[in-house]
Design a protein around this ligand. Sequence first.
Ligand code: ARG
Ligand code: GLU
Length: 725
Amino acid sequence: MQKRLFLLLFLALYCSSVKSQGMWIPSLIEKQNEKDMKALGLKLKADDIYAPAHPSIKDAICQFDGGCTGEMISSEGLLLTNHHCGFDAIQQLSSLENNYIENGYWAKDRSTELPAEGVTAMFVTRIEDVTLVALQGVTDGMAERERQSQIDKNIAGLKSATKKEKWEDIEVRPFYNGNQYYLFVTQTFKDVRFVGAPPSSIGKFGADTDNWVWPRHTGDFSIFRIYADKDNHPAAYSKDNKPYRPGHFLPISLDGVEEGDFSMVYGFPGATNEYLTEAAIRQTGEVLDPARVAIRDRALKVMDGFMRKDPAVKISYVARYASIANAWKKWLGEMQGMKTYKAYDKKAAYEAEFTARIQQNPDWNVRYKNLLPRLRQLYKDIEPYALGRDYYLETMVRNNEIMGTVSSLSGWINSYDPKNEAVFSDKLSRIKNSMAGFYKDYHPQVDEAVLAAMMEMYGENARAEWGAADVKYMAKDAGGYTALAKNLMEQSVFAQRSKFMDLLETQKPAEIANTLKNDLAFKLWEKLQGFYTGQIQSKLQELQPQINLLQRQYMAAQMEVFKEKRFFPDANSTLRLTYGKIRGFSPKDAVQYEFQTDLDGVMEKYIPGDYEFDVPQKLINLWKAKDYGQYATTDGRLPVACIGTNHTTGGNSGSPALDAHGNLIGLNFDRVWEGTMSDLNYDPAICRNIMVDARYILFIVDKFGGAGYLLNEMKLVKGKKKRKK
Ligand code: ARG
Ligand code: GLU
């Protein structure tokens, strides 16, 4: 009885938590969310947010450069996204003399907007549920491969039968683990130009120390403009292109936010896994995350040691460090969050309720009773291989440069064929280029120390029979991992810029291939990769499809058994809407975080000359003079960032945060790390998204950047919101 009560309590908590959880399909919000959103404060109708036939907010939202989100903030194609989303493009456009990363940039007029080559902006024209057609002819008894080829055939048919304009594309994607399919008609713009960004000391303020952290003070935004052909359609860059006229652009609110305000975030979240079993999330939180975190801990400490000693190393490694640290910190938050917030108990209670319900229904019982036990067993079976994969990839591919480089060049090296040298030599110039880029920021002494640490992690912790014994033996032979790394670096041509580039410049293909194939680093990679493909990957390829099949069935079963619950499909890089409230949180006992930061907080963190916490003099002057113009709060502060309960994930960077009227109130750029478990287990008590306040963005453009003319094409709104007393 006690146990049952405990279960019900958990379930009640679980269901109440569902309120602000979810990343919803825009075309379904009328059916699934409108009522709920209105109850939370929304003042719009569902078809103001998404409509296939007339302009709606969706026409202002694009996927920026494949992995982020951006939005239209003027009728002339002005695009707002994060600084970290525009970073690569800005870096590409920068040089020592014109360092836009360091100093920021503001185009004075259209002619000084800089073409950002390769950058894309993709808009969704319409969304259709095509489940029936996609799954036509698919039966329960089908083998997985047969099932997939039937679906592929159906999708191909769908694509050719769907009406589209010639500048549009069609994509069909699986939802709910393959139980449903949706079709997207899209258009992708390719002429995107850089308009402006603050200096890194604002756009990346706090850098890695503050990444994933609340309270936050980063002005993480940059501005681009989309150009289209004379008919307003996507086109390659041309000086004759015109600013794109979007179907809708977002007005920007000067009213600001208060705790408890409704907010929604519209964008392209990448991937979540909310419907896995306890066994699955436990494996991530207790086995895989800790291993990955421990490995990256070592790599990051080594890099940091060098970066702090030598400014040249710091410049070379800052982007690499940031990217390794980003996932490291997310995993750390995820594993600690799941433990502290009892994610495993919650899943266990949910599974117990699932089992209790199916036992009361003979039909369900026959169909579903084996699902959870079989998934549990399969996760047990796959665990050593999943761990082996992470150990190998983290130590030998991702976190050290020399082995990572060998791994990425291995396909090319192995493609050498004396009877058909063209396959190999055709790629030579591209490889010369990319390696020249690689060496530009390569410091062998840093990599050598990282390599020693990574080989030690692998040799001492991975399974002996998967090559760890070999690595350990090699280290013993050399006199330790440090000595082994030193030998390897001294002997490997990959570690030596001039030797490697000379080889490529002066030797014939046969000689190049021969030298690289006999290189010590290549030999080590070949050996470990052999263990990996032969013993780890082959098992993963056998077990993972079985898990996928059962997970698909479990997903369908959950939707059938928990009829009262609303299920949103896991994120899959398609357009979604999430909503919630502006709200602070308590990260631990007796600590309460407020919902908003301001410029005073930037100055509290200010460390003159520091590369993470320096502040530009001009911003200090504005702060001293309290020269905040129309962007100040009623009590005279300048808001910088805020948090809310919107359920977001990677890919939501750059997504607009909108108020109840659809006005822009902020720009999503991060989550609090205590709540990064939201990818597996969203919990409204602790999961928060972080947004730059729209007023800070406008203040930086106008008062700091002196680019107030950009505001002329924006629509600033004020007085929409009734102030609460
Ligand atoms: N944590 C944010 C996201 O996941 C921002 C990452 C970029 N910033 C950084 N300091 N690494 O992607
Ligand atoms: N910074 C992330 C991004 O680049 C968004 C934060 C998150 O993972 O929620 O998409």
